[in-house]
Structures are given as structure tokens and as C-alpha cells.
Design a protein around this ligand. Structure first.
Ligand SMILES: [Zn+2]
Length: 226
């Protein structure tokens, strides 16, 4: 197993590191991004923590390849804002369509190069989905026709077994929103794409842990680990 560090959008004001974890054995390609929005720090901490675990050999990739971009929008993170424009509305919406921002273009190019069969976009949100059906905090979001639906449901079930506080439990949400990376990866690249959302009002370390556990479940389900 090897972990290589590269730069996305190298030589531009948008440059940000990404990591390629490669197993010696062939298998699926799995891509994870986080920090598309600059005010969702637990997801970036979780993604960086996952890179570190592979680097230290605490997690082992048994087959396939894992691409991780822990912090897509560096400047929005520095300012602690969601980002303008909202990057998650600028991914290409159809075949031949262009991304509306250099960063979403770079992320999409990276995905096009590696053709992931699995794709996770880590986020955080306001509100608890258990308490308000309109909120997406503590959810896995999928879009119509998603081939990730079955596994996402199983993972929600597994996660919820370990969450004693009912209000903090996860739900599946179905959303259609053009310009999101989830929709672009599913529709244009055929990936099983899921958006992961923890809730801002939870303790930071709990959010980081929940994000990591969800990723860990997906990696196992996709056959890359365990
Ligand atoms: Zn977000």
C-alpha cells in the first residue's frame, strides 16, 4: 500500500493537496472530497484523519485505489464561510457542460481521470433530520436512481445502532440539485455517489468521529478494506 500526496489545481490560487492511496491488488476506485464549503470543519478534519490513518498503517487498503481531497475550498475555509459562489452549485450539469468554477472543474477533472465507482462528498449542515424532515443534518443524501441506495440504507442502520441519543441518528434523504458534485459524479461518471452530512450543533469531536465511521463503513462495503 502506498500514500502519495499531490496538488490539485497546482500553480493556481486554488491549489490544494489531494492523496492517492493505492493497494497492490486491483479493485474499485473510491473518491472522497470534503471542504467544498469552508464552514464545515469536521468533515475536513475527518478526511485528513483518514489520510493520516492510512499513512500510519492503522487502516489498510486491501484492494483498489482511494482518492481523497480533504479541503477543496482553502480560501473559504480560511474565511470560515460557505464560499461564493457556492461551489456545490457549479459542477457540470450535463454531458459536455462545463463546470462554473476552476475548483469544481479541477475536482471533476480528477474524478474523470480516475473514474471512481464510489464517491463521497463530506459536509455539515444546520438542524437534525430526526427532529425536522426539512433539515439535512445527520443524513446521507442520495439522488434518484442512485445505485448507492441499498448500501447507504444499511450504513444508516449500522450507524444508528451505535448512537444512543435518538435525535442524533441518521436518515436517508433524497435530493435533486443540479450543480452538486453528487449529481455530476452519478449522472456524468456513473459513480455511486453519496453526500454525508453531520449536524453543526453536535460536539466537534463527535462529528469528526461520525464522519470517519461512515467513511469506514463505505470503504468496507465497497470492498477496499476489511
Ligand atoms: Zn456543505
Amino acid at each position: 500500500m502506498s500514500v502519495e500526496k499531490h496538488m490539485l489545481a497546482a500553480g493556481t490560487p486554488y491549489a490544494t493537496p489531494y492523496y492517492v492511496v493505492s493497494s497492490a491488488a486491483p479493485g474499485p476506485v473510491f473518491m472522497i472530497i470534503s471542504g467544498v464549503h469552508g464552514n464545515e470543519p469536521a468533515s475536513t478534519r475527518a478526511a485528513q484523519g483518514i489520510v493520516n490513518r492510512f499513512n500510519r498503517g492503522e487502516w489498510v487498503l486491501r484492494r483498489g485505489k482511494l482518492i481523497i481531497v480533504p479541503l477543496v475550498n482553502v480560501s473559504a475555509r480560511r474565511k470560515g464561510i460557505r464560499g461564493k459562489p457556492d461551489l456545490n452549485r457549479t459542477f457540470p450539469v450535463g454531458t459536455g457542460a462545463k463546470a462554473g468554477h476552476p475548483l469544481s472543474a479541477a475536482v471533476f477533472q480528477l474524478a474523470k481521470r480516475y473514474r471512481p465507482s464510489w464517491y463521497l462528498d463530506l459536509h455539515e449542515a444546520n438542524g437534525l433530520s430526526q427532529l425536522n424532515p426539512r433539515r439535512v443534518g445527520q443524513t446521507l443524501i442520495i439522488s434518484t436512481g442512485s445505485r448507492a441506495a441499498g448500501i447507504a440504507k444499511q450504513i444508516v442502520k449500522k450507524m444508528n445502532l451505535s448512537i444512543p441519543n435518538r435525535a442524533y441518528r441518521f436518515n436517508i434523504r433524497r435530493r435533486e440539485r443540479a450543480g452538486t458534485s453528487r449529481m455530476a459524479m452519478q449522472r456524468l461518471l456513473g459513480a455511486k455517489a453519496v453526500t454525508v452530512e453531520t449536524c453543526w450543533s453536535l460536539n466537534f469531536s463527535l462529528r469528526v468521529r461520525l464522519q470517519s465511521e461512515i467513511v469506514s463503513h463505505f470503504l468496507r462495503a465497497a470492498g477496499l478494506t476489511g
